[in-house]
Design a protein around this ligand. Structure first.
Ligand code: ATP
Length: 213
C-alpha cells in the first residue's frame, strides 16, 4: 500500500484573507509535519450577508497563499449554490483520498462552537482535529468542549498519523487581526495595508472591495 499521507484541511470565511490567516498557516506548517494542506474557502451561509463575489474571494486567497508549497485551494464549497457542511465535505475529501489521514484545522474560536456544527459527533469520530490557540478564546473548565478534550485529546501530534477522532491543541504566536476589523477599517477609509498581504491589499483597492459594510 502507498505510504499513508497526512492531509490538513483549513476552512474559513476569509472575508477578506488577512495576515493573521497567512501567519497562522505558516506557523502551524512550521510546527507540524503534514504532507499537504487543503485550504477551503467557505461559501456564504444563507443567514450571512455576501460582501464580495466568490471569484474575487478565490483570487484574494490565491494571492495571499501562492508562495506556500504543497497547498491546494479547494473551491468546492465556495462555488456551491447550496449550503455546505464540514461533515459532508470531509466525507467527500476522505473518499477522494481513501488511504490518507485527514486533519481538520481550526482556531479555538471555531472549536468552542463545535456543538452547533451539523452532525458534529460523527464529524469528530471521523477526523482528527488540530486546534490553534487564539487570544481571547479559552476553554471553560465546565464546558462541553472540556469534556470532549478529556475524552479525545492527545499530547503528541505523531499519534494522528494512524488514528481518527483525536484532538491536538497547538500553541501558536498570538495574532490579533480579524476580518471583521479589517472590513470596518476599509469602510471607514482607514489604512489596512499593514494587515494584508501587499497583493491582496492592492487588489482590494483596485477593485474597490469592502467599501460598504
Ligand atoms: P471574522 O472576523 O469574520 O470572524 P476571522 O478573522 O476570524 O474572521 P475566519 O475566516 O473566520 O477569520 O477564520 C478562518 C479560520 O482561521 C478559523 O478557524 C479561525 O478560527 C482561524 N483564525 C483566524 N484568525 C486567527 C488567529 N488570529 N489566531 C488563530 N486562529 C485564527
Amino acid at each position: 500500500m502507498a505510504n499513508r499521507r497526512l492531509i490538513g484541511i483549513f476552512g474559513g470565511t476569509f472575508d477578506p484573507i488577512h495576515k493573521g490567516h497567512v501567519q497562522v498557516i505558516e506557523n502551524f506548517l512550521n510546527l507540524i509535519d503534514i504532507d499537504e494542506l487543503i485550504v477551503l474557502p467557505n461559501g456564504t451561509p444563507p443567514h450571512k450577508q455576501k460582501r464580495i463575489n466568490e471569484l474575487n474571494k478565490i483570487k484574494l486567497v490565491n494571492l495571499a497563499l501562492s508562495h506556500i508549497n504543497n497547498l491546494i485551494i479547494d473551491e468546492r464549497e465556495i462555488l456551491k449554490s447550496s449550503p455546505s457542511y464540514a461533515y459532508l465535505t470531509l466525507r467527500e475529501i476522505q473518499k477522494e483520498n481513501p488511504n490518507d489521514t485527514l486533519v481538520w484545522i481550526m482556531g479555538m474560536d471555531s472549536f468552542l462552537e463545535i456543538e452547533t456544527w451539523y452532525e458534529y459527533e460523527n464529524f469528530l469520530e471521523e477526523v482528527n482535529l488540530l486546534i490553534l490557540e487564539r487570544p481571547g478564546y479559552e476553554v471553560d473548565e465546565t464546558s462541553f468542549v472540556q469534556n470532549l478534550l478529556k475524552a479525545k485529546r492527545i499530547l503528541n501530534f505523531q499519534e494522528f498519523k494512524d488514528s481518527k477522532g483525536k484532538i491536538f491543541i497547538l500553541p501558536i504566536d498570538p495574532i490579533e487581526v480579524t476580518s471583521t476589523k479589517i472590513r470596518e477599517l476599509i469602510s471607514n477609509n482607514e489604512d489596512v495595508s499593514a494587515l494584508l498581504d501587499s497583493d491582496v491589499y492592492q487588489f482590494i483597492k483596485d477593485q474597490n472591495l469592502y467599501k460598504e459594510q
